[in-house]
Design a protein around this ligand. Structure first.
Ligand code: SF4
Ligand code: SF4
Length: 267
């Protein structure tokens, strides 16, 4: 149930005193006021409700029974990119968990039946095709062409390079190809998987579909173990960092023993 999770965060919501610093990049880092504006949704819509503070205040009103979930609340909440800037900026002045409230609010809105139609169809794609766009074609001819990369589990390798659904996106496969080239040049014995066009499930997390995210993440971890890649699981960093951060807050942590991002491995 999502309401108790929101209720647990009430103390965090109460810490907001509406200074609006969460709409800007952290002030000590501002070199030019022209670039101080930081929150995309409040920049676009101008009303306070679209800021990190606004969502905390609306969440507090929900928890205290002053408002109910409705379409307006869903539209305002999901206008936010969940970039986390408000959480970072607010932490410059107080110990508060803005991002946690934001995500818990999303989950409660979804539980109450107000998920956005576009998110619903993306979730359907994730469940049916393993990727948010609903691609079903075999990505094999694309990004690994001429690379001689091992394919798990048919071939064995101690390191799995997990590229998620990036490998199904023709516009982004160059990222996966670069990661693979880097590992090859470093002499790492690694392989990839093309199984089920697996997504890491983050789109479910960002859109408030917690159970679906946890299921996908669990499935991924269990699969990675059966693929024989016991030593490490590596993601392109921008995916892994978010994934790692997200699952750390989950009660059941679907984390293999040695998952690291490509960047951590390099350092
Ligand atoms: S969320 Fe933090 S930075 Fe934003 S208004 Fe509230 S106290 Fe200020
Ligand atoms: S997470 Fe949402 S509210 Fe916070 S800064 Fe980003 S867009 Fe704005």
């Amino acid at each position: 149930m999502s309401l108790p999770r929101l209720e647990e965060l009430e103390a965090e919501m109460q810490k907001c005193f509406r200074c609006s610093l969460c709409k800007m990049v952290p002030l000590p880092t501002v070199l030019n006021p022209k670039y101080a504006d930081g929150c995309p949704s409040s920049h676009l819509y101008h009303f306070h409700g679209y800021s990190g503070s606004g969502k905390n205040i609306m969440a507090l009103s929900l928890v205290n029974g002053r408002i109910q979930v409705d379409q307006s609340l869903a539209d305002i909440t999901f206008a936010c990119t969940a970039c986390g800037l408000c959480d970072v900026s607010c932490k410059f002045i107080t110990e508060a968990e803005r991002h946690a409230v934001n995500i818990a609010l999303r989950e409660h809105i979804v539980d109450e039946g107000f998920a956005l139609p576009a998110h619903r169809s993306m979730i359907k794609n994730l469940q049916e095709h393993g990727n948010p766009e609903g691609r079903s074609e075999d990505p094999r001819p694309g990004w690994i062409k001429d690379m001689g990369v091992k394919i798990l589990p048919d071939q064995k390798a101690p390191v799995l390079l997990f590229t998620g659904c990036i490998q199904c996106d023709p516009g982004a496969t160059y990222v996966a190809r670069k990661c693979a080239s880097l590992l090859k040049r470093a002499g790492v014995d690694f392989g990839i998987t093309l199984e089920n066009n697996l997504s890491c499930g983050l789109p479910a997390y960002w859109t408030g579909h917690r159970d679906i995210f946890v299921n996908i993440a669990n499935r991924l971890v269990v699969s990675s173990m059966t693929w024989g890649s016991r030593r490490s699981l590596q993601y392109p960093d921008h995916v892994w960092e978010l994934y790692d951060q997200s699952i750390r807050s989950m009660p059941r942590r679907p984390r293999p023993r040695s998952c690291i991002s490509l960047n951590s491995w390099r350092s």
